[in-house]
Design a protein around this ligand. Sequence first.
Ligand SMILES: CC(=O)N[C@H]1[C@@H](OP(=O)(O)OP(=O)(O)OC[C@H]2O[C@@H](n3ccc(=O)[nH]c3=O)[C@H](O)[C@@H]2O)O[C@H](CO)[C@H](O)[C@@H]1O
Ligand SMILES: [Mn+2]
Length: 342
Amino acid sequence: MMILQFIDGNKKNWETHVLNVYRLFEQIKCLLFFLLIHLYYRMLYNQPSALVGRTDVASVTSWSAPIIWEGTFDSTLIDSIYKQQNLTIATTVFALGKYTRFVKDFLESAEQHYFVGFRVHYYLFTDQPESVPDVKIGENRSLTVRKVQSLNRWQDISMGRMEKLEKLIENELASEADYIFCLDIDTKFYGHWGVESLGRLVGVIHPWLFDTPRNRFTYERRPKSQAFIPAGEGDYYYAGAAFGGSLEDVHHLTKTCREQLSIDAANSIEAVWQEESHLNKYFLLNKPSKLLSPEYMWRDIHESAAQIKIIRFTNQMLPVFSYTDMVCPHRLPIRHYESVNG
Ligand SMILES: CC(=O)N[C@H]1[C@@H](OP(=O)(O)OP(=O)(O)OC[C@H]2O[C@@H](n3ccc(=O)[nH]c3=O)[C@H](O)[C@@H]2O)O[C@H](CO)[C@H](O)[C@@H]1O
Ligand SMILES: [Mn+2]
């Protein structure tokens, strides 16, 4: 009898003990849960400094527009600000002729790095919709393929983009998107490209000319062209391969460039770097509200420069291409400029 009571008593103690441990676990679980909720809503980030920042590059223009480099923004903070706005970013690319072979890498890498966690609507213009590869596009993201007419000259393809973009914004995007980025397709993402890049009017500093004096920029130097910028003028040399902003501002940009391109065509002149020359003229007269450093349009994944701490988006050179009249694309206009200007 004594033994049975003893066992019974021990069992009771043991049960109470298990119950206590269980309650403790429950309490810890609750605590962790509230801690996580608290951390989530009271997002933690480093204190922004009024004194410390990048010292090897300029992070603001002389008209007070930010220039975005690695180390000038905090992704956690900026993402949380834009998350509340439920934005859609329209993103346009063109792939005609041989350039369809770039589509797979572009889309797959964009899905990994470009506006991850945000709503993106890709618009792909191509003369071969049947050749568009089956790329898995994430939730809240979509791809629209548009068939366009084939063109023989790469210059016409490149310049023709302005009109197509103008019409797309005009006819379709108003209720569809908040921002738009217009990108080259012979490119690939290797690093984060997010909401830090959003702004009213956004230009990217050209990767070959970010440390060059403006008199050596490959602006159009012939006064006959609407893209003409005389020596002694200009701010930066912007890449034609990436620009963006609000629908209204990019609509105005594409409309103006399309008009200037057709005035040039009527006067039988083609600017040295086609629509890129006109884009540079536009940005001289209409200052971008935000500039992206060449991290956002780099030369090639194998190229480096001291100021480039991260390659986010880069040109893709494929050996299968013969660049016939495009050999040394960046030096050609410099030679042209020197020969035109003695
Ligand atoms: C880094 C940069 O700023 N690049 C610019 C530069 O050379 P790029 O060498 O980058 O020009 P490019 O050959 O990539 O042509 C521009 C874009 O046109 C499209 N395309 C071109 C040819 C073709 O057969 N099929 C096709 O689809 C494609 O989307 C391509 O990405 O100069 C061009 C001059 O006009 C453009 O201004 C480019 O944006
Ligand atoms: Mn390109």
